[in-house]
Design a protein around this ligand. Structure first.
Ligand code: NDP
Length: 296
């Protein structure tokens, strides 16, 4: 079997296009959604992410607000900035770029974000809403993963889903979304016994482990849909001395020989994350005003 490649880059481009159309639509009613991104310190990878987020926010017609604070900013000043953004009517979404520099505790910073502006879906309130099946803001990578799954399996009722990884950011919310879609969900982790056998039960296998190419072909049931959330940088001596490349948590070639559909990494789930951040900002802009969010 040769798997269909689920093209996350193309899907994300289409999603951003639909978001732009929706933004134009509400623009006629005088509403321009705004996303504020807070960057603390000067981590190069975080600067790149924040730059792409700002660029794509403007491209879909939203307002982008960027706040850069020094790495040694006092925790209280960071929380005070979040409080100002909570109170700012032009700001519909607030994202504090993680990880924060050493010495800053992310938990009280996240807790300070108004849950209705929490477009990363990281507050306890939004995690609780997701767990209880209430409307709220869902973390972006899980939301994007779910859209890709639905693009190949529109009806998940009764499907066996195995999620490897149980982080609050990725594994747990993906499991909640699959459960809400009526899949039968197993959440596997580092203490799971005979992980390969557990994974082979899956019609939908989601890898969110952070271990390069750990999920081999022997973890995949023939015909399964494989979603690789992992982004890992590994040495690539074939590209020259000291060079590196990005790979997922799935051994792509092996898994693609067994699966019916698979996301590449990079180019699968990754591009969906920023597109879903914009989708969440659009949702937040509507919910905060008591409006029904558009389906994008
Ligand atoms: P975490 O490190 O927070 O969680 C990893 C999870 O994998 C943990 O639950 C851990 O289990 C489990 N795990 C680790 N080793 C094994 C093992 N040998 N067997 C089974 N389970 C194992 O990572 P994240 O959830 O934040 O991220 C996961 C991956 O997704 C990473 O590669 C990350 O880079 C990527 N990512 C991609 C994003 C995107 O935009 N595409 C966004 C965010 C993350 P335990 O709980 O028992 O320790």
């Amino acid at each position: 079997m040769t798997a269909t490649i689920i093209d996350g880059k193309a899907f994300a481009a289409g999603l951003r296009q639909r978001i732009a159309t929706a933004v134009t639509g509400i623009g006629g009613r005088g509403l321009v959604p705004g996303l504020a991104v807070v960057l603390v310190g000067s981590d190069p990878a975080s600067e790149v992410y924040v730059g792409s987020k700002a660029k794509m926010t403007v491209e879909v017609g939203m307002r982008s607000f960027k706040h850069v604070l020094p790495a040694d900013v006092p925790q209280a000043d960071l929380i005070a900035l979040v409080a100002r953004l909570n109170a700012d009517p032009e700001v519909d979404g607030i994202l504090v770029q993680l990880p924060l520099p050493a010495g800053l505790d992310p938990d009280p910073v996240i807790a300070a974000i108004d849950p209705d502006k929490d477009v990363d879906g990281l507050t306890n309130t939004n995690a609780g809403r997701l767990a209880n099946g209430r409307p709220g803001l869902v973390p972006c990578t899980p939301l994007g993963s779910m859209m890709l799954i639905r693009s190949v399996i529109p009806d998940l009722a009764g499907a066996e889903a195995v999620v490897v990884g149980r982080s609050n950011l990725v594994g747990k919310p993906i499991a909640q979304l699959l459960l809400a879609a009526n899949a039968t969900v197993t959440l596997a982790h580092s203490r799971t016994r005979d992980l390969a056998a557990v994974c082979r039960r899956a019609d939908i296998l989601v890898a969110a482990v952070g271990r390069p190419q750990m999920i081999g072909g022997d973890y995949v049931k023939p015909g399964a849909v494989v979603i690789d959330v992992g982004i890992n940088r590994i040495p690539a001596p074939e590209r020259g001395e000291g060079k590196t490349r990005l790979v997922g948590d799935v051994a792509f070639d092996e898994a693609a020989a067994v699966a019916s559909a698979i996301t590449p990494a990079p180019g699968g789930v990754g591009p969906m994350t920023i597109a879903c951040l914009l989708a969440n900002t659009l949702t937040a802009a509507h919910l905060r005003r008591g409006l029904e969010p558009p389906v994008v």
